[in-house]
Write a protein that binds this ligand. Structure first.
Ligand SMILES: *Cc1c(COP(=O)(O)O)cnc(C)c1O
Length: 295
């Protein structure tokens, strides 16, 4: 089976009085529309990992994540779509929630593990699957050079030029891929990453490790809103307004923080008049279901 499908990720312009005043054109690349479940950057990150598994005749994908992990869910659906068995090793004690329900529905076997053991993923993999020669290890979030390669293809799809590209960063793998794509195409586009974790400076190292050649880019580390999965009333208010004004769903863990940062930097006159800015919608909107009490 050919592990691929046609990507549908159109670029839409976002209208806003603030953008007009500053003569900016702001666009959003709808990676959230790539697939209803294998959303956004998660398909880009998985594609070459699944191809690698297939070429090694591995039929059982094993990966890791928290109980609300978009990566776990995307992998469950991708495994089902392409005929793999899948196991998700979940951090923490056994729970049930919307994400894990959808993982199970796609046939994923879930193993819960205490936080201490979770730290050493290769050890966990060996403990449970040493005898399963069909098992294939995929790191948490899919973090790997193959995942970055998949993300670099986002740049191949662009038919227009942009002065700036914005993207949310968790592990920084997607950022590294996009930066690689920009370099490979010889573009002058500036990349802006918004770490969603606290103390996001550490990402510079992780991103640089995935780059084949050094590159300049910006990390805006002050938009974490308290840390991973955390949100303030201000962020929730921004998201409600954005969704109501655009008809486009975003969530508070990734894309909400990234777009808040973009709007905030624009309000602070960060960009030259005439600039064209592209934000990447990396998907993940199923995560909203676990955050209803924040709204
Ligand atoms: C996983 C995820 C990210 C972060 O991707 P990294 O490659 O880990 O930086 C961004 N947005 C969404 C919606 C995600 O699910």
């Amino acid at each position: 089976m050919n592990i691929d499908f046609e990507i549908f990720s159109p670029v839409h312009q976002i209208q806003n009085k603030l953008f007009d005043e500053q003569e900016l054109k702001v666009f959003i690349k709808r990676d959230d529309l790539i697939h209803p479940i294998i959303s956004g950057n998660k398909w880009r990150k998985l594609k070459y990992l699944l191809k690698q598994a297939q070429s090694e005749q591995k039929t059982h994908l094993v990966t890791f994540g928290g109980a609300y992990s978009n990566h776990l869910l995307a992998m469950a659906a991708a495994a089902a779509k392409f005929g793999f068995k899948s196991t998700g090793i979940v951090r923490g004690e056994e729970v049930n929630n919307d994400t894990l329900f959808l993982c199970r529905l796609h046939g994923m076997n879930l193993l819960f593990t205490d936080r201490e053991s979770y730290r050493d993923k290769p050890a966990l993999f060996n403990k449970h699957f040493a005898d399963d020669e069909k098992a294939f290890f995929i790191d948490e979030g899919g973090a790997s050079a193959l995942a970055a390669q998949g993300c670099s293809e986002l740049i191949d799809e662009l038919t227009e030029n942009y002065d700036h590209i914005f993207c949310a960063c968790g592990t920084g793998t997607t950022a590294a891929g996009i930066i690689t794509g920009i370099t490979q195409h010889g573009l002058t586009t500036q990349f802006h990453g918004i770490p969603v974790l606290k103390n996001g400076e550490f990402l510079k190292n992780d991103i640089n490790n995935f780059l084949n050649e050094p590159a300049d880019y910006h990390l805006h580390t002050e938009y974490h809103f308290g840390g991973y999965g955390k949100a303030t009333d201000e962020l929730i208010h921004f998201i409600k307004q954005f969704v109501a004004n655009t008809g486009m769903l975003i969530e508070p863990v990734y894309t909400g923080k990234m777009l808040y940062a973009l709007y905030d930097l624009i309000a602070k006159n960060h960009f030259k008049p005439g600039s064209r800015i592209l934000a990447i919608h990396t998907g993940g909107i199923w995560g909203l279901l676990g955050m209803k009490d924040k709204f």
